[in-house]
Each structure stands twice: as C-alpha cells, then as structure tokens.
Design a protein around this ligand. Structure first.
Ligand code: GLU
Length: 256
C-alpha cells in the first residue's frame, strides 16, 4: 500500500525562538515525532523557513535590513545552520535529510514541475526527509512576501499530499486578532470557503516571519486544490505531530 504523505511547514519565528537562533531542542522534538510518523508509513516533507533569521544571527545583525540582496546573503549563510541542524538531528535516527531549494517559478514550469515531483518521490522512496526552502538567492518576490506558506501549499498539491501542517508561533486561526483582542476565540474547524476566514486572518505578519496568518490561510485554500486539509498549529504544543496523527484536535483545521 502506498504511504501517506504529510507536508509540514515550520515558520521562522518558531524555529529560531523569535530570532534567538535555531532552536535545536525544539527541532529534536519534532524529529522524534517525525520518526514515529515514518514508522507508521507516513512520508514527511519538511518546508522550513529560518535561514534569513539564522543568517542575521550568524552575521551579528540586530535588525532585518531592507536591502533584498543583504537578505539573500543572510539566507545563504543561515541555510547552512538550518540544514546542519536537521541533518544532525535526523542522523541520530539513521535517517538522511535532503536539501531542496525551490522558487515558485519552478513549480509553474511543467518540465521543472515534473523534475521536482520525480526527485521528491525518489527521495521519499529512499527513506529520506526532504527539507525544502525557498531558493532565496534568486527568489526576490518570495523574500518580500516571505512565503514558505505558499511554497508548502504548492508542494502539497504537487505531491498530492494527504495533509498540510503549518507549525507556527500562534495557536491557530482566531475569530479576531488575539494581539488586539484578548477575547478572541480559536476557531477549531472551518471550511475553506467560509467568509470569516479571510476577514479574521488579517494581513500583518510578525517582524520575524513574513507571511503572517493571512498567508497561512491562503496556503490552506491553495492546498484544497488537491483536496488536502490543512492544520495550523502551535509548534510548541506537546507532541503536536503525534497527537494530530492520533486524531486529536489541535489548532485550526481548514477543510475542503
Ligand atoms: N525563505 C526565508 C527563510 O528561510 C523566509 C521564508 C518565510 O518566512 O516564509 O528565512
């Protein structure tokens, strides 16, 4: 029987502990859970942000520069830390990771689309965990709208994945902005066409991550093209991935 496939996207603010640097302890937790998922015949593709933030830390920059080429340089530096962290933590479980850098353009060109699909299929077949990020050196638009959320949704559709999980530093989608309204309530389940969704998502991102809740909601809508539900959940929630696998309700599920 064909394995199931989950695409798991991890955001910068979460992964770097709000800019402090790659949180290896946190990643080690997810890695253990992903190993368990793999043992249950679930293939996992990671889409990981964090390279720019990690690069800024390595280069001792306190503020995010506006200059796109400085951001690209920071991404190139930080990507090394990112892959080192994933590779070393998965190696403890005898699992190889594979670095895949993509731009959105790559996913609209049919020949490249085919190449990417075949490569990812092979990587999963070989038992590796592909770790995807934007190819920030060339992807200026993406850096501006910081959108690994979109990339994760496109990869979900490309692989016909069974689930898209977006791990973030928020608990999910609220019925109002929880930063301004302490009475805001977490929406646990919502249809992708429900008009509350776009309204409540808001456009603002944090200064660390760049997409904000809006791009996550948009990504969830995109993922419905392959009939895939999305779960947006707080990445620090205990055993978050294992509990989702067990069918527990965590964060917000955006369904088709
Ligand atoms: N690709 C960038 C990074 O890894 C940013 C992606 C995003 O924030 O969505 O830092």
């Amino acid at each position: 029987m064909k394995n199931k496939c989950w695409v798991i996207k991890i955001g910068s603010a979460l992964l770097t502990n709000n800019g402090k640097g790659i949180d290896k302890g946190l990643i080690a937790n997810w890695v253990e859970q992903i190993v368990d998922l793999k043992n249950q015949n679930i293939d996992v593709i990671l889409v990981s942000s964090g390279s720019i933030v990690e690069g800024m830390k390595r280069l001792n920059w306190n503020e995010k520069p506006d200059d796109i080429h400085k951001l690209q340089a920071a991404a190139a530096v930080g990507q090394m830390g990112l892959i080192e962290a994933y590779e070393s933590l998965f190696a403890r479980h005898d699992i190889h990771t594979a670095q895949v850098l993509l731009t959105r353009d790559n996913l609209t060109d049919s020949k490249r689309f085919e190449n990417i699909t075949s490569t990812l299929e092979n990587l999963l077949e070989f038992g590796t965990v592909p770790v995807i990020n934007e190819n920030d050196t060339v992807a200026t638009e993406e850096i501006k709208f910081g959108d690994n959320d979109t990339l994760a949704a496109l990869v979900t559709n490309l692989m016909n994945a069974d689930r898209l999980i977006i791990l973030t530093d928020q608990h999910g989608v609220f019925d109002d902005d929880p930063r301004n309204n302490s009475d805001a309530v977490l929406i646990d389940k919502i249809h992708y066409q429900d008009e509350r969704l776009e309204k409540v998502a808001g456009r603002g991102g944090s200064s660390i991550g760049s997409g904000g809740m809006y791009s996550k909601v948009m990504a969830a809508k995109t993922a419905t093209e392959s009939n895939t539900p999305t779960c947006i959940a707080w990445g620090r929630e205990e055993r978050v991935l294992t509990r989702i696998f067990e069918g527990q309700h965590i964060g917000t599920i955006i369904h088709c």
